[in-house]
Write a protein that binds this ligand. Structure first.
Ligand code: PMP
Length: 340
């Protein structure tokens, strides 16, 4: 049965559940006043795509015919499945929207368990893709919620051995020391790289991008609604992409992630997993108690059910927010399960 996306409405002082950035973009009144509310937004978002290309892409990928804009990158997942159909293959656990959108569109969702160390099982992905005659594979790298980057050569193996589209979702790439798959776009016609502005401080705007060869982009663009990104989001994002704030936020988050990782590693009863993203996954037999106890202390984490039962994910916030989280979790009294 199709379940809605699990975005909980729990209000907490310290919100570390949704992989958002703690650093908002400053808005100027002049910018807001320049927007004409009586006009539709630019349907092609040309200025936005140009600003994105200049800021986020290597020089040889800046032709905007190879860039598609979406109302968040999850809208582009929807567009991709609309355009190419299913079955849709992806490793598990991963970002749940690949499966939910496939199902919502009446397409088969094929999950392939991750291998040891949360790495992707390339052979099983290729086998499943061929057996099901799949059309698209989604690979989140770094992977949400495990936080690791799958082996580059395993992903290359998948791209080279399936007859279909491979989408490498680089939503968290800004926080990773690993190479982006953008540099391989020239080599593989069936590769597309999915990106988002949501994790670097602009989640409210709902802006994502797909980067691929112009023919692939053209196909996906046929399923895009004409005015999918509104004028406010386009204008604010262009200004943010031209400024320096986004990159400064990312650097602070990486430094804090490494500190939080070290601190979590000192706590008995918790297994913590290395992360290339803006969040950290950890495991404890007391996970449910920690989750509930943290809420009582004003800190909201992300919990999981099913195969991820016992795991929790903490988003890296500001230094103060991370301190609040660490103070809560180091207090073992909160671990005992109790009402929120
Ligand atoms: N891909 C991954 C791997 C994600 O974790 C998320 C958000 N949690 C998204 C895509 C969607 O991001 P957005 O729609 O905000 O661009």
């Amino acid at each position: 049965m199709l379940e809605p996306y699990d975005a909980k409405g729990i209000q907490c002082r310290v919100k570390l559940d949704a992989n958002e950035s703690p650093y908002p973009e400053r808005l100027s009144a002049g910018l807001l006043k320049s927007i004409k509310t009586n006009r539709y937004p630019d349907p092609l978002a040309e200025e936005l795509r140009r600003a994105f290309a200049k800021r986020m892409l290597p020089a040889k990928l800046r032709d905007i015919s190879g860039i598609l804009h979406g109302n968040g990158s999850d809208e582009i997942i929807y567009n991709l499945i609309c355009a190419f159909g299913g079955p849709v293959v992806y490793p598990c656990p991963t970002f749940t929207m690949y499966g939910k959108i496939a199902q919502a569109l009446g397409e088969k969702a094929v999950e392939v368990p991750l291998g040891p160390d949360f790495d992707i099982d390339d052979r099983q992905i290729i086998r499943a893709f061929r057996k099901e005659k799949a059309k698209i594979a989604f690979i989140s790298r770094p992977n949400n919620p495990t936080g690791n980057s799958f082996s580059e050569e395993k992903i290359v193996n998948i791209i080279e051995n399936v007859k279909g589209i491979v989408v490498v979702d680089e939503a968290y790439q800004a926080f990773s020391g690993e190479n982006s798959f953008l540099s391989r776009l020239g080599k593989y016609e069936n590769l597309a790289v999915l990106m988002t502005l949501s994790k670097v401080g602009l989640a409210a705007l709902r802006i994502g991008f797909l980067v691929a060869n112009p023919d692939l982009i053209n196909e996906v663009n046929k399923t895009r609604l004409p005015f999918n990104v509104n004028s406010f989001s386009q204008a604010i994002a262009v200004r943010a992409l031209e400024g320096t704030g986004l990159g400064e936020g990312v650097k602070k988050i990486i430094a804090e992630r490494d500190r939080v990782f070290r601190e979590l590693g000192k706590i008995n009863g918790i297994a913590v997993f290395p992360s290339d993203a803006n969040f950290i996954l950890f495991h404890s037999p007391m996970a449910e108690g920690i989750y509930r106890g943290a809420i009582r202390e004003g800190v909201l984490l992300r919990n999981f059910c099913g195969p991820m039962n016992g795991y929790l994910r903490v988003t890296i916030g500001s230094r103060n927010e991370n301190d609040a989280f660490l103070k809560a979790i180091k207090n073992r009294k909160i671990w005992a399960e109790g009402p929120v």
